[in-house]
Design a protein around this ligand. Sequence first.
Ligand code: HXC
Length: 259
Amino acid sequence: MDLVKVTCTDGIAWMEIHRPKAMNALTQAVLTELEVEIASLAADLADLRVVVLTGAGEKAFVAGADIREMATMTPAEAAAFSALGHRVLGALEALPVPVIAAVNGFALGGGCELALACDLVYAAENARFGQPEVKLGLIPGFGGTQRLARRIGPMRALDLVVTGRMVGAAEARSLGLCLDVFPADELKSRVQTIAEGIAAMGPVAVRAAKATQARGLDGPLATGNALERDAFALLFATSDAREGMAAFTEKRDPVFQGR
Ligand code: HXC
């Protein structure tokens, strides 16, 4: 169990895909270990505020599914592999706290899809995103034909999927694939600062914001607004909301308890 390394400090969990010699490519073993680590975070949520996902080394976030492992798969094995990826990325996306991708190099194929399953994406200047599966005679299989279009729009998404072209960090930002770009040697500290900022907000509110947006996007606006109204109202039953509003009127910093 050393393909995914997790360290958690002050409610911020860093998960690092650790297979640097193969550009952190996703084997079934990596995905299975990632699933175990996500489940263990999900089982102990009380103090968790933010999760950050990154790749080991300086070259790659994740350069895709492991092509050597895929090369001998039967259609049934490929279906199981795709389903495993869907399940693991779904579990990552379903974590109740914001999940940030710190993209420290290549994010190709399954690596780009992994970033798409994260709520917020930040990239190093050397990051390169792409869905190059068509070069292999394949299509994305970990949600790339679905989440990419939802994140950047169908035309931009299909352009990336059918050309297989890689985009650098600046173009990735302009496409909406990442929020911001930092010098490679600053990526971790800049993302840590962003995570600390989120961790300092009302924890119940942060979770409610993520859940309400995600649930609302699946349905019509009126349903989303109804979900929002209920979640907004429920927050008035938390001591955090009382504390947050009291702190504003008393001109002091709030002290949130997470309840
Ligand atoms: C297996 C990989 C790999 C991958 C890199 N490596 N990507 N191994 N699967 N996806 C390995 C290389 O074989 C090599 O190992 C080592 O990592 C370093 O890579 P190099 O190619 O030597 O480095 P470089 O020349 O810098 O090129 C980097 C690269 C290139 C541009 C990222 O490696 C590349 O194009 N990789 C494949 C990217 C890709 O097609 N991804 C999509 C996969 S399909 P050795 O042992 O030779 O040193 C996919 C589908 C998802 O993701 C859905 C599945 C259901």
